[in-house]
Design a protein around this ligand. Sequence first.
Ligand SMILES: Cc1cc2nc3c(=O)[nH]c(=O)nc-3n(C[C@H](O)[C@H](O)[C@H](O)COP(=O)(O)OP(=O)(O)OC[C@H]3O[C@@H](n4cnc5c(N)ncnc54)[C@H](O)[C@@H]3O)c2cc1C
Length: 475
Amino acid sequence: MTDPLPAPAGLLDALAAIVGEAHLVRDPGAMAPFLADWRGRFTGRARAVVLPFDTAEVAQVVAVCARARVPIVPQGGRTGLVLGSVPDAGGAAIVLSLRRLNRIRAVDAANRTMTVEAGCILADVQQAAFEAGMLFPLSLAAEGSCTIGGNLSTNAGGTAVLRYGNTRELCLGLEVVTADGRVWDGLRGLRKDNTGYALRELFIGAEGTLGVITAAVLKLFPQPKAALTALVALASPREALALLNLMQERCGAALTGYELMSDFCLRLVATHFPKLPRPFATHYPQYALVELSSLESEDHAAEMVETSVGAALDAGIALDAVLATSTSQALGLWQLREHIPLAQATAGKNIKHDISLPVSSIPAFIERTDAALQAAFPGCQVVCFGHLGDGNLHYNVAPPDGIGHDSFLSHQEGVNRIVHDSVASFHGSISAEHGIGALKREDLVRYKPPVELDMMRAIKAALDPLGIMNPGKIL
Ligand SMILES: Cc1cc2nc3c(=O)[nH]c(=O)nc-3n(C[C@H](O)[C@H](O)[C@H](O)COP(=O)(O)OP(=O)(O)OC[C@H]3O[C@@H](n4cnc5c(N)ncnc54)[C@H](O)[C@@H]3O)c2cc1C
């Protein structure tokens, strides 16, 4: 392990005086878990890891670092997938972990909001909402580890975006420590507030490059009385789109999830997780995992699923369907979806893309991009799945049979270019959910219009003139 850089004189002692020696990690061995990327691709270096207790301590830490011109890397659960929450290899930064800011400050049932600190684990926020008789709908596979501050800073999506929106849509107010160490109390639970620039929106999705989010006012929703899941077999992504439109017309806001999975994805899951259910006796080219929620009753949800899926079968849009009749069956169907990334990881490394497109363009995008990849890398295998209802695909490329996964990674640049050029030709985005971090900076410059980049740089310069907030990320 490489030793951290020597700190500017007195910096670490000043930080220890703020948070207490027990909450300043200086030892390289103890720092290690805070420096490693979730996927194990990279380990950075830092002068120290500091764990403040509350907003006042965060503000003092930032002020001390600003005076010493020391870069700060805000960190939540470290589950981000684009190297945003780990420091670079230079070793000049301190990691600011929000882990101890983990209090639910208030629940306002009549306003349907809750105020939580940034270090609260997402699953704990969901549980607190549940105990108050309400729903906080953000849900993703990392929910047992990721924090609400990280979710806000990456504007996380997840499985319920179709009905409830991204994290941005779930937030009404923020408390932020600015890059010079002042506290902005924007913890307003207002649904209408037209008093100038929407500063809250700047910090959401900023990946810690503009300031430190310390608390947020989140929206709560009524708890559904029932949720029903179905898996529908389809001939192609075109039928998946037709089914989505049919379900939206018939079920409206009751449609809470709509995931696309190719047969290749499910074969991969069956190979690596043979104990998971196999809902159909035969294989079909594509599948849609559909979830409907009802505020009324289970019968109401069942009736909506049965009539809409029945109509799709009658119209020849769907080829076959299974409806989960118990919670464990529904769980089994969702496990198929959730095990796709795990099955891919077991099979070996592949070239990943987290992209979004206008929903209407998805079938054409898949056809055109599959063909371009086959022309350039014959036999390559596309693992395509994702949140079709949100226009968000995980479009990953694995090597042809017989070619090693590691050696195929040497084609990463060529594969990325084909996929991202295709995304751009459909006016899509090269990062739907995961952000830019340190991983996609070059792609950002390639695909964002220069005028948009200039405005982003101007905002960064205005809010963080010393450039100490998570440098090297996004811009
Ligand atoms: C298994 C798995 C499944 C996932 N599924 C999804 C999914 O379905 N949808 C999706 O959108 N994402 C998904 N992700 C990625 C997603 O971005 C993160 O899980 C989550 O939003 C990050 O939260 P975190 O607390 O771990 O943040 P971290 O990884 O710690 O940080 C992420 C970024 O936010 C910044 N940051 C963190 N906290 C703060 C703060 N308080 N103030 C300012 N900046 C801060 C960091 O500097 C970094 O740039 C998944 C990740 C994993 C590992």
